[in-house]
Ligand binder design. Structure first.
Ligand SMILES: Nc1ncnc2c1ncn2[C@@H]1O[C@H](COP(=O)(O)OP(=O)(O)O)[C@@H](O)[C@H]1O
Ligand SMILES: [Mg+2]
Length: 248
């Protein structure tokens, strides 16, 4: 059966999700839109969708080889990711190796303080309620997931962190923290969805501590795309670069 793109299922702040003629498959389109501060700060950055989709697929491929179940099937072309359709849980799973961002604003942690083991934080993914932080009792009372699923989500998240942290360390990048989203596939299994990119991770140069992620946009810096390109350049091997015609 030839794959055909179908109706738009969902238009988010940075990506569109399209149905396909196979009910189990969706196409995720990575757009150039970038937002911060609860959607209040907005812009369009040329080629952001292109780079984020390539970076995300690299991470998903790496996780698949490390036996983490993800939505990922393949990148049809830069910007368009063929994925398993998931029933998304309205949870933002954040894992932190080093204190930064809202954690330092909300709690008396020292900036750059290291966490071993890492801290897992779960926020309610809701534009209406402005993504408040959850705890297990609230998650269960709101029926957002079960205790069993939460346990599984925590275990997979720690595994993902270990895989990505080690991979990035070799590329001289510190994985400070990141946000992921899970959904359930048609079998009811918990599967990693959405994206893993400089939009959703804090990535610091291991030598200079230069920021290589969306914090540059939050701070109004002009070199956002240079940083995203730098991440792509460091994590892709020459075979990947040839495949996507990247010459850097
Ligand atoms: N595999 C998937 N199947 C269905 N929906 C998904 C999948 N992966 C991600 N999504 C959802 O698609 C949307 C992606 O677009 P995005 O711009 O990130 O939206 P948002 O503004 O809600 O964060 C998100 O709401 C995300 O939960
Ligand atoms: Mg999103």
């Amino acid at each position: 059966m030839d794959l055909q793109i179908g109706d738009l299922l969902y238009k988010g702040k940075a990506k569109d999700v399209y149905q396909t003629n196979d009910p189990e498959l969706v196409i995720i389109k990575f757009r150039d839109d970038i937002t911060a501060g609860d959607g209040k700060k907005k812009d369009k950055l040329t080629k952001k969708g292109y780079y984020n989709s390539i970076i995300s697929s690299k991470f998903f491929e790496l996780l698949e080889t490390s036996r983490v179940k993800t939505q990922y099937i393949k990148l049809l072309e830069p910007g368009l990711m063929l994925s398993h359709r998931l029933d998304m849980l309205p949870l933002e799973i954040i894992i932190r190796n080093i204190a930064a961002g809202s954690l330092v604003r909300k709690f008396p942690f020292k900036s750059r303080q290291e966490f071993e083991p890492p801290i897992i934080q779960i926020d309610y993914k809701s534009d209406e309620y402005h993504d408040p932080m959850l705890n297990d009792d609230i998650i269960l009372a709101l029926n957002l997931s079960t205790q069993e699923e939460l346990k599984r989500i925590r275990a997979i998240t720690l595994r993902i962190n270990e895989v990505l942290k080690g991979f990035l360390k070799d590329k001289d990048i510190i994985l400070t923290d990141f946000k992921i989203e899970y959904g359930k596939n048609y079998r009811g299994e918990i599967v990693l969805g959405d994206e893993i990119s400089p939009d959703t991770c804090r990535l610091w140069d291991a030598q200079t501590f230069d920021v290589l992620d969306k914090d540059l946009f939050r701070k109004g810096e002009s070199n956002v795309m240079e940083a995203y390109q730098q991440v792509a350049s460091r994590i892709l091997n020459s075979e990947d670069k040839n495949k996507w015609n990247l010459n850097f």
